[in-house]
Design a binder for this molecule. Sequence first.
Ligand SMILES: Cc1ncc(COP(=O)(O)O)c(C=O)c1O
Length: 387
Amino acid sequence: MKRIYISPPHMGHDERDLLLDAFDSNWIAPTGPHLEMFERELASRTGVDHAVALSSGTAALHLALLLLGVGQGDEVVTSTLTFAATINAIRYVGGVPVLIDSDRETWTLDPALVAEELEYCARRGKLPRAVIAVDLYGQCSDYDPIVEACSRYEVPVIADASESLGATYREKPSGSQGSMGVFSFNGNKIVTTSGGGMLVSNRKDWIEDARQLSSHARDPAPHYEHSRVGYSYQMSNLLAAVGRGQLRVLDDHVERRRKNNAVYRRALAGLPGIGFMPEAPYGRATFWLTAITLDPAAFGTDRETLRLHLEQNEIESRPVMKPMHLQPVFRECRTRGGSVSVELFDRGLCLPSGSNLKTTDLDRIVEAIGSVERASVPGPCKNPDVA
Ligand SMILES: Cc1ncc(COP(=O)(O)O)c(C=O)c1O
């Protein structure tokens, strides 16, 4: 049986042609024409003036924090429902993560809790150095109230748009909110270069600074001259060529992922106890990953039983992110709220969502979900999220 993956790469002719062009030009280097064009094209796509291509989204987060001067003992407020990379980057600079729960209606950073946290910090006389708003599974955070609360205290906002390239927030592209935006192009993302990232901002000085830090902080001189500690965070020209090809099909791939989501919603509507990550009214999500929730009492079994059942059918799925405040490594972090993200982790499952899923794959997945053994549950279908 062919295995169905959760979010595999989806390559086409453009990616291949551009990669071969980069190869044939002999720009097999962390510099070259495709890199410059990838940066320009991504900046234009996200409506931001400047961009620097990097080796990963984590590198982009790390540099963003360095640019803001976050250092030893400085607090950084962020989402507990995120991938570990967000929190790791805070730790790289000696920062102290403060973890905030999700809003139930969007699953992203709860703006009211951010405001509460900032008020608390102001009262005790020590503000966080930054807030990282994390866009989840292709859906933007609710930036307006977050940015509004942060600007009251002059705290900069970084948009971790690693998972949301192609989404919009109030008709503006994801990654353009806040002071800086971060994208990831790792192997499971909607635009992949196998590995890679981008830092974007309207501030030219920041992006130039990040560029210099990303290439060993080499000063302008004929010999190797360094006046500060740098990093080896550049992207290869070869990978930038692939990224350019992926950007050309981004709109089409967003539509395909949205269509997958619509198919799941329709096909699973008859099953009791299944909900979906809601699409927030303030934007357009990509549904990079389609995430469902299972109410075990209504559905008749839990999400882990369903995951194992799908696995037996060669279908990859993954629990919704385990909140960072439950992770052994980050358990000590101060956390505001937490029960929403814990419930989403307990009940949530990400289904195969690739832009190259075939109708027959979707049929197989839906059938497998329908065939999991469930206790028979009396009562009406309780499924408020399914239109
Ligand atoms: C929310 C979030 N932040 C950061 C990252 C890190 O990106 P990368 O894997 O490119 O370092 C990822 C994905 O991996 C992510 O999902």
